[in-house]
Design a protein around this ligand. Structure first.
Ligand SMILES: [Zn+2]
Length: 116
């Protein structure tokens, strides 16, 4: 999984507005910090994933169609609750961290993390 390098990316104004509108509609806007909104806006703009344990960030990410993963679950393979599934052909890919590509080599669609 490619983690987003949020420290080197700046969100676009349009993406910021999209996230703010979404957060307003989900009711999460008041609980989000400006940094949270930046991270979400960068993720929606760049198509990256978010690693977060913040429920509000998760909720807005969900509404925005952004893939997110819990931080505390990272690196604990026995407790993995997520599977990597191709959006196109539905093939399940292993969760090995050395698989860097998010693209399905069978059909070329994007591989997403989905809850088991
Ligand atoms: Zn596929």
């Amino acid at each position: 999984m490619d983690q987003l390098e949020i420290n080197i990316l700046t969100p676009e104004k349009d993406d910021l507005r999209r996230i703010e509108n979404l957060a307003r509609s989900t009711g999460d806007i008041n609980g989000l910090s400006p940094v949270d909104i930046d991270v979400l806006a960068v993720a929606i703009g760049a198509g990256g994933d978010i690693a977060t344990d913040d429920h509000r960030v998760q909720n807005v990410a969900e509404s925005a169609g952004i893939t997110w993963v819990p931080v505390i679950g990272k690196g604990i393979s026995e407790k993995w609750n997520w599977i990597r599934k191709c959006k196109g052909c539905g093939r399940i890919w292993p969760n090995e961290p050395d698989i860097a590509s998010d693209e399905c080599s069978d059909c070329g669609s994007k591989i997403r993390l989905v809850r088991k």
